[in-house]
Design a protein around this ligand. Structure first.
Ligand SMILES: [Zn+2]
Length: 190
């Protein structure tokens, strides 16, 4: 029977308060039967968290689908996820223990139905589509935030908006409440 391939990737951007996302594709006979991506709203987000969630979201979708297959091959460019799921590396982070357990439970679910699940490490260059999906989720999220004006920087002193100004010594964040408020902050280029 045909194998199905799950290509999973997570993305994480530390700035902007820390945003993570997942992306995955499910392929059968080289045909993509499912692709999904979204932002992960959780205070525990890290890059590894996102990588785990991509695998979990994909396996859950397969579990709920009526796809016929013999074996699932999971491809991830996260060495940590692959080695931990294969039992080669221990899971030390409390954050990841629950996620690791969830992946193992999903694998056990398939195995009880006589379907095997293999997880293998691939280079980033072989995980481009899943990477693009997870990046797309971040872009969409950050764009939506921008349109809603949630990315505005507010002055902690007076609550007015902060803007980038050009001064004698270069750029800095200045308060639009100036001159009533003279609060400034260091500006860092992206
Ligand atoms: Zn101010």
């Amino acid at each position: 029977m045909d194998n199905i391939i799950l290509e999973a990737d997570g993305a994480y951007r530390g700035k902007d308060g820390g945003v993570a996302s997942y992306g995955y594709l499910v392929k059968k006979n080289t045909e993509t039967v499912r692709e999904d991506y979204n932002i992960l709203l959780d205070e525990r987000v890290t890059n590894n968290y996102a990588e785990y969630m991509a695998v979990i979201k994909g396996l859950k979708w397969i579990k709920d689908s009526d796809l016929e297959f013999g074996k699932i091959i999971v491809r991830s460019d996260s060495q940590l996820v692959v080695k931990q799921v294969n039992g080669e590396w221990s899971v030390n982070s409390d954050n990841l223990k629950d996620l690791h357990k969830e992946v193992k439970e999903l694998i056990r679910y398939f195995e009880e139905k006589n379907k095997s699940v293999e997880i293998e490490h691939v280079g980033r260059e072989n995980n481009v589509e899943a990477d693009e999906l997870s990046q797309q989720a971040l872009e969409d999220h950050l764009l939506a935030k921008k349109l809603k004006g949630e990315d505005k920087k507010m002055c902690p002193e007076c609550g007015e908006e902060m803007v980038v100004r050009e001064g004698e010594y270069g750029k800095f964040w200045g308060c639009t409440g100036y001159p009533d408020c003279d609060h400034t902050e260091k500006y860092e280029e992206d």
